[in-house]
Design a protein around this ligand. Structure first.
Ligand SMILES: Nc1ncnc2c1ncn2[C@@H]1O[C@H](COP(=O)(O)OP(=O)(O)O)[C@@H](O)[C@H]1O
Ligand SMILES: [Mg+2]
Length: 376
């Protein structure tokens, strides 16, 4: 299966893409947009197809009407990197926006991203109920989750099945720099980028305000972030959810490469998984059936994640240090949106419902929250 193709350095008139969701991927050819900026072409953007034409059209139309901020008549708003949360006491109302963050900062606004993430997360939270209960109570709007409020463990449970990544907290970044022990996990010499790990590992980070820092389980306990018992329970649950996610992904021709989870304790002391699960934002997905051959040939795996946008910034600036970042090209932003929709449909088996573009997203959310009796 040849599903994604790397666009060559100079603009070319052919692209290949992934076939329709739910079917085996088909190679298709399409004309590259004549207006495609050569800068994005030289970034080697991979084009995904198999997303319905009506969705692709809507993505282009919605590009300047993304949900980047909310101001609901609810108390205690807190703006995270991607989500705006409102603290109602026993529950939290979490609005997933279209903000695209990486390198601890805002890179772009991506059409429908919030709705896709929220609905993908809701699907996985439901599908993993047999492993650990989640905090999710309802999704009154495609962009909104109402959750039981939890005391959040200040740790991100990063699970990995492969030696990869490009950010400062990535396993490959550390291994390449000579580290052979990372967050309490030992790795042998001689590994190559994108190698499968001998077994899945957890490489936790602290959930710091502005920058996540790698930490070992021993340090987590020594610093009092979690008790040993909490760590044992939560890390075991995280690895089971990850393994389940890998199995479900494999059924859909995907490799779930790595991901991160957050857990908290509800008012009764029960540990629950919170936030998002196996979304394209919190996870890296590769195509399964081309992985081995490409890896053996020294090529990057075919991915359906945001790595290409990260790389685009990496190649042009220092996204950790530069005060002002270049603007991501429209082609890349729309491509990312398509990938998010593709993955949602592939995972859930449901078509993405394109929202009515005539209604401003904030108005729709407010109306839905009123209908659910959450807002006055
Ligand atoms: N059920 C919950 N109870 C309390 N806090 C939650 C719950 N679910 C998610 N959160 C918190 O809401 C915030 C979501 O916003 P997000 O943009 O993802 O934040 P961050 O910038 O920390 O990633 C996170 O800080 C997350 O820990
Ligand atoms: Mg988050």
């Amino acid at each position: 299966m040849q599903s994604l193709s790397r666009k060559p350095a100079c603009a070319q008139s052919q692209r290949r893409g992934i076939g329709a969701v739910g079917r085996r991927a088909v190679v298709i050819r399409a004309q590259a947009a004549p207006s495609a900026p050569s800068s994005s072409s030289s970034a080697g953007v991979e084009s995904i197809s198999g997303v319905r034409a009506e969705v692709v059209e809507a993505i282009a139309k919605a590009r300047h009407n993304c949900l980047t901020a909310t101001n609901l008549p609810l108390p205690n708003r807190r703006q995270g990197k991607v989500r705006d949360t409102y603290d109602l006491g026993d529950t939290v109302v979490i609005v997933t926006t279209d903000r695209q963050s990486a390198f601890d900062r805002l890179l772009a606004a991506v059409p429908f991203k919030g709705a896709v993430l929220n609905q993908t997360a809701a699907w996985w939270l439901d599908a993993t109920r047999h492993i650990v209960p989640s905090a999710l109570l309802s999704t009154p709007d495609p962009n909104v989750a109402v959750m039981k409020k939890c005391a959040v463990f200040p740790v991100e449970f990063v699970c990995r099945g492969f030696m990869t990544g490009s950010t400062d907290t990535s396993l490959w970044t550390h291994y390449k720099a000579g580290a052979r022990n990372y967050c309490g996990n030992a790795f042998p010499d001689g590994m190559r980028k994108n190698d499968r790990l001998a077994k899945n590992v957890i490489t936790p980070t602290t959930k710091a305000e502005d920058h996540d820092v790698p930490i070992s389980p021993a340090e987590i306990v020594a610093q009092g972030l979690m008790t040993q018992q909490e760590w044992d329970t939560v890390s075991a649950a995280a690895l089971r959810i990850f393994e389940f996610g890998q199995q479900e992904a494999a059924k859909r021709g995907l490799l779930l490469v790595d991901t991160k989870y957050e857990f908290g304790k509800d008012s009764d002391g029960n540990i629950r998984i919170i936030d998002e699960v196996h979304t394209p934002d919190s996870s890296r997905y590769w195509l399964a059936d081309t992985y081995e051959a490409r890896h053996a040939a020294g090529q990057e795996p075919q991915n359906i994640d945001k790595e290409f946008l990260r790389l685009w910034f990496r190649e042009r600036c220092d996204p950790y240090k530069d005060a002002v970042l270049p603007e991501a090209p429209a082609e890349l932003v729309c491509e990312l949106s398509k990938r998010y929709v593709y993955l949602y449909e592939k995972i859930t088996g449901q078509p993405f419902a394109v929202p009515d573009l005539g209604v401003p997203v904030n108005d729709r959310i407010l109306a839905n929250l009123r209908k659910a009796g959450i807002c006055k």
